[in-house]
Design a protein around this ligand. Structure first.
Ligand SMILES: [Zn+2]
Length: 411
């Protein structure tokens, strides 16, 4: 099934602010005329810092793109960068080749990698970061990365350490675009409650209101397979190509019936690109700060200001409180970290300091350590030797930084 998410991340770096006479004269007369109309005169919506100028920014000259996917046949619709001959090649490389050969003076550097493969020294070099990621975990990771780059002096944020993040996302016929100034405006984790925990799709969605390709697959797998018994009493085998083909075909029929495609994809992209232009040029006041749109029935769009959360675990610099009685088991703390709507961690690793030594209380990602620390889950906090006010350091794939919690014993 076609994936409906754009999984590209564009980083705009060291943008030239020339009037069009550099780069070996690759600019021609009139190349930037349309952009100049925005940059050379003020208007009622221009940013207070804006100074109309013929020297203004004329284009994005250096863009890095990070993407870990290769092109599938189903990716060929709704986009203009990939051709049938590119199937199997990395998306980042094909996108870069296409733009490099088509836009004189613009250099795109591809990275066929995960965003998590790069560290802070890589991300620090960019002026703006645009995300079209397909997962909340990846969004939170990038959000955490940009927050980790902020520098504070006596508790005051140094504005030059802020790298704006433009985030776009689509789901079925709905989309959103938001502008995040890390440390200043609401970050991804400030509004984490807006994202429902994604574990299982509600049965009513699967049975009667599918919106995503996944819902169609679940419909074929959970409802149609046991009813139609295409291979007799055999249960579905994920390694059997015939079984998968059957589920795939049924899911396709279901998707066609509910017209499931990603028509909002282009609108999300257009909105994100406009916001990058506004931030880079100061020509207009950026989106403040969250735009949603919905084309399920007609077209509806709405903008609101997502507010910062005072005690956000990602951007507030406020130590996070954990309230538990000494008789609570470590398992309960783990469940809180994963189930709390404002934390939604995935596989938290909990460490602390006991008698001056670092101690891992629980860690899932390494099998041998998981087995060794698993018995701790059934122990109470008291039995583990933890005391009131104890600091717990929690690492998770949702952030590149360790989150510090302070244990407050309740009675
Ligand atoms: Zn936040």
């Amino acid at each position: 099934l076609p994936d409906i998410y754009c999984i590209l991340m564009y980083c705009v770096s060291r943008m030239a602010v020339d009037g069009g006479h550099r780069d070996g004269g690759c600019d021609w007369d009139g190349r930037w005329n349309h952009v100049r109309k925005f940059l050379e005169r003020p208007g009622p919506f221009t940013h207070p810092d804006f100074e109309p100028s013929t020297e203004a920014l004329s284009g994005f000259r250096l863009i890095h793109v990070v993407d870990m996917d290769t092109i599938d046949v189903s990716n060929l619709n709704r986009q203009f960068l990939f051709r049938p001959k590119d199937v199997g090649r990395p998306k980042a490389e094909v996108a870069a080749d296409f733009i490099n050969s088509r836009i004189p003076g613009c250099k795109v550097v591809p990275h066929f990698k995960k965003i998590q493969d790069f560290d802070d020294s890589f991300y620090r070099q960019f002026h703006i970061i645009v995300c079209g990621l397909d997962s909340i975990i990846a969004r939170r990771w990038m959000n955490g990365m940009l927050i980790s780059l902020l520098s504070y002096e006596d508790g005051v944020l140094d504005p030059s350490s802020i790298i704006p993040l433009i985030d776009g996302g689509t789901e079925g016929f709905k989309g959103n675009a938001r502008v995040i100034l890390p440390g200043m405006t609401a970050c991804i984790d400030c509004t984490l409650e807006l994202y429902p925990p994604q574990i299982n799709f509600p049965m009513c969605t699967i049975a009667s209101m599918p919106r995503l390709p996944e819902h169609c697959i679940e419909y074929a797998r959970i409802l149609q397979w046991p009813k139609e018994k295409p291979f007799g009493e055999t249960s579905l085998d994920g390694d059997n190509p015939e079984h998968i083909q059957w589920v795939f075909e049924r899911a396709q029929e279901r998707a066609a019936e509910f017209s499931i495609t990603g028509v909002t994809y282009r609108l999300t992209q257009a909105t994100c690109a406009t916001e990058v232009f506004k931030i880079a040029t100061s020509a207009y006041i950026p989106l403040n700060n969250y735009l949603v749109f919905n084309d399920v029935d007609g077209l509806y769009s709405y903008t609101f200001e997502a507010e910062r959360k005072e005690n956000c675990s990602a951007c507030s610099q406020v130590p996070q409180d954990l309230q538990f009685p000494p008789s609570a088991k470590l398992q309960e703390v783990l469940e809180y970290l994963t189930e709390s709507a404002s934390l939604q961690m995935k596989s938290p690793a909990i460490t602390t300091t006991l008698e001056g030594k670092n101690k891992t209380l629980y860690l899932q990602s390494v099998k041998s350590i998981e087995e060794r620390t698993r018995p701790n889950l059934c122990k109470t906090l008291k039995e583990l030797g933890l005391s009131d006010g104890q600091e717990l350091a929690v690492a998770d794939i949702t952030t590149p930084q360790t989150v510090l919690f302070k244990l407050n014993f309740t009675t």
